[in-house]
Write a protein that binds this ligand. Structure first.
Ligand code: AMP
Ligand code: GLY
Length: 420
């Protein structure tokens, strides 16, 4: 079997490494990929968002399955286009991917189907939004751009002034373009956050092992929101009782809701949950695998990933018994100085072997390239150093020991992953 992986980050690297373990997978190619990925899959320079280019590549290469990993091509309908030309693809169609690409759609869906989430109002006029915030006079208040915004479209404002800045920059200055045409103003929730990713074929839903992301840039959950600075699995706050409760009140109702809306969801559905004193609530849906959650979940998967992917595509997920290991896993993200703001690229990385790895850990490459046989930085998030252990503590110790062997100028990482 020949697979095309669409994307270029640590998530895609982890997916490719896992697919390589499957005996039925003969060849994996990736577009556009990155320096580290090129040791596991031949990379082609087609942009992940280029739907026509990707269809052409899939046809030319005669691939059996296309795995569409990032949000943008899913929102642009890459899966629909692959299917239209008769190529099997893993991921939701465009109308189902809207569960992530429009926060207005997902909030209204949850309201209509009584799926627990933060109270909210939607605005398409900045003055009306600010007037509502002013009258409500409750801080912090959460302001979310409707559309995709590279994970930066959520602001937690502590005061009216901060809220005003956020609303104006999204709705008037259009810092996220059309994604800020509408905003969601939302109640601020407190409690531990849990990421639960689930395979679903639109009928059956199979949650994966739980995980915890660390979205803030710096130790102690300070600094700006990032794509994710590290993750652990399992999430210590998520037990079997909670899993059952989430299945009944959130996971199954979401699958049914999408079917009732005529948008059956097939692929990986990601539930960003917050465990409030009032019970679990949804803070966001993603229509894809999370990054860096994938890096800590997949090393724990025992069942061949290709068997699950095929079952999802063929809508027979109920026939697969998915097995997970009891081990714990930790991923530490090494980032470029300045990330998530401006950062330099092309900085040489020391400590990696010629394949971009080191012993005892998995080094998933997020943003690297190779020039003259040297690995160099090529993104904000650079490497996800990941380890398995019998406990979270053991996994963290191994992962941090890996991190200590790798260096690049101005690089940084959080020292408190998994200690929350
Ligand atoms: P999102 O991009 O929707 O995942 O939001 C980014 C982060 O903002 C989340 O991981 C939460 O930490 C925080 N957040 C989003 N919505 C809320 C909310 N209603 N209450 C508290 N925190 C939130
Ligand atoms: N780590 C969060 C995300 O992938 O959106």
């Amino acid at each position: 079997m020949k697979i095309l992986m669409v994307g270029s980050g640590g998530r895609e690297h982890a997916l490719i490494r896992k697919l390589k373990e499957c005996s039925r997978v003969d060849e994996i190619i990736c577009a556009p990929g990155n320096g580290g990925i090129s040791f596991d899959a031949q990379c082609f320079s087609v942009d992940a968002g280029d739907v026509c280019g990707m269809v052409k590549l899939a046809q030319e290469q005669g691939v059996d399955i296309v795995f569409v990993a990032p949000d943008d091509p899913l929102a642009a309908g890459m899966v629909d286009e692959m299917e239209r030309v008769g190529i099997k693809a893993f991921g939701p169609q465009k109308n189902a991917a809207e569960i992530e690409s429009s926060k207005v759609f997902s909030k209204d869906l949850m309201k209509k189907y009584a799926i627990p989430t933060a109270a909210y109002e939607i605005f398409d006029d900045p003055e009306a939004a600010l007037n509502f915030i002013n009258i409500q006079n409750q801080y912090p208040v959460v302001i979310k751009a409707d559309g995709l915004a590279l994970g930066k479209g959520v602001v937690i404002a502590e005061s009216y002034d901060e809220a005003e800045d956020a609303v104006n920059s999204m709705m008037k200055d259009k810092i996220f373009g059309d994604s800020g045409n509408r905003v969601v103003i939302e109640e601020y929730l407190t409690g531990p956050e849990v990421s639960v990713l689930a395979f679903t074929d639109g009928k059956t839903i199979a949650p994966m092992v739980s995980s915890m992301d660390h979205k803030r840039a710096f130790d102690g959950d300070t600094g700006p929101n990032t794509g994710g600075m590290g993750a652990i699995s399992p999430n210590p706050y998520y037990n079997a009782d909670m899993a059952e409760r989430c299945m009944e009140s959130i996971f199954m109702p979401t699958v049914h809701a999408m079917n009732d809306e005529g948008r059956p969801f097939k692929g990986c559905l990601y539930f960003g949950l917050i465990l409030t004193s009032d019970g679990p609530k949804v803070i966001e849906y993603n229509s894809r695998f999370g990054d860096p959650e994938t890096q800590v979940i997949l090393p724990r998967l025992i069942t061949p990933l290709i068997d699950i992917i095929e079952a999802v595509i063929e809508e027979r997920l109920d026939t697969v018994d998915i097995k997970w290991s009891d081990k714990a896993c930790a991923c530490i993200m090494m980032a470029s100085g300045g990330y998530p703001g401006e950062y330099e690229k092309d900085i040489p990385i020391s400590g990696l072997d010629k394949n971009g790895q080191i012993i005892d850990v998995f080094v998933y490459h997020s943003g690297t390239k190779i020039t003259e046989n040297i690995f160099k930085t090529n993104g904000g998030r650079v490497l996800g150093v990941t380890a398995l252990g019998d406990t979270i503590e053991e996994a963290l110790l191994l992962a941090y020991s890996g991190v200590s062997k790798i260096n690049f100028d101005k690089g940084f990482y959080r020292r408190d992953i998994g200690t929350r």
